[in-house]
Design a protein around this ligand. Structure first.
Ligand code: NAD
Length: 252
């Protein structure tokens, strides 16, 4: 029980990597504040945590809205008095499409959730952690944050930005007891990739990578959750500003 007495905040906790990581953090003893804009799936994650004997609360919020972010951070502090772990994970995928057909509204949606959402989470959680003088933050980027995926240039740009925010913040807070790392999944079996598969089935764009997953399969969300729990714990005490690939060799 590495994380006993730790308070974790997880965004995008209602599904996929966020849900699996919330369950894993709770299994390791953390109390988890679950954040998602989907109330139904967020509450379902809380139910699953309680069924396994864990503790936490659910808070409905849109990570791209400053007021919502301040509210979930304030709620965590009001109820539990501290934030030790922050899994800044909520994100959305862009529709696969040729560059010149991408609407400005799609650009704004992706940037608002994937970049501004991560920025706002960092901004308000770091204030709390700075006062404590401790904390571990994991931002979910992607292999698309290291090199682009085909036909999703805006998504790729948003994930490059997440890595930039991670490194910039890590540099500022390394000597203040706060570690900040980026997690880069490759292909993970979640609602997000199911949506992509649907789009391929409709005759959309097929990125080359889909046929070149070196390990020969998608990851299970739990395989990402293991890394989240490790980065959250003191076992990762010398890691900050790291860009951690858990991609089954996708980028090889
Ligand atoms: P998912 O769709 O299964 O889960 C994402 C969750 O985030 C959902 O519960 C959704 O309701 C929530 N969410 C989305 N926008 C939100 C907002 N504005 N405010 C609050 N909650 C919001 O997806 P996933 O695959 O678990 O993805 C999690 C993260 O991992 C994302 O940042 C994604 O870009 C990244 N990622 C996923 C893959 C993959 O293959 N699945 C690969 C690389 C990176």
């Amino acid at each position: 029980m590495e994380l006993t007495n730790k308070i974790a905040v997880v965004t995008g906790a209602g599904s996929g990597i966020g849900r699996a990581s919330s369950l894993k953090l709770a299994q390791n003893g953390a109390t988890v504040v679950l954040v998602d804009y989907n109330k139904e799936t967020g509450e379902e994650t809380l139910k699953l945590i309680k069924e396994q004997g864990g503790e936490g609360i659910f808070f409905q919020a849109d990570v791209s809205k400053s007021e919502d972010v301040q509210n979930y951070v304030n709620k965590a502090v009001e109820v539990y008095g501290q934030i030790d772990i922050f899994f800044n994970n909520a994100g959305v995928i862009q529709r696969f499409a040729p560059f010149t057909t991408v609407e400005e509204s799609e650009f704004d949606r992706i940037m608002d959730i994937n970049v501004k959402g991560v920025f706002l989470g960092l901004k308000y959680v770091l204030k709390v952690m700075e006062e404590q003088g401790s904390g571990s933050i994991i931002n979910t980027a992607s292999t698309a944050g290291i090199r682009p995926e085909h036909s999703v240039a805006v998504y790729s740009a948003s994930k490059h930005a997440v890595i930039g925010l991670t490194k910039g913040a890590a540099l500022e807070y390394a000597n203040k007891g706060i570690r900040i790392n980026a997690l880069c999944p490759g292909g993970v079996q979640t609602a997000l990739t199911a949506g992509v598969a649907d789009q391929f089935a409709e005759g959309g764009y097929i990125p080359e990578e889909i046929s070149t997953m070196r390990i020969g399969r998608y990851a299970e969300p739990n395989e990402l959750a293991e890394m989240v729990a490790f980065l959250a714990s003191d076992k990762a005490s010398y890691m900050t500003g790291s860009v951690v690939l858990v991609d089954g060799g996708l980028t090889l």
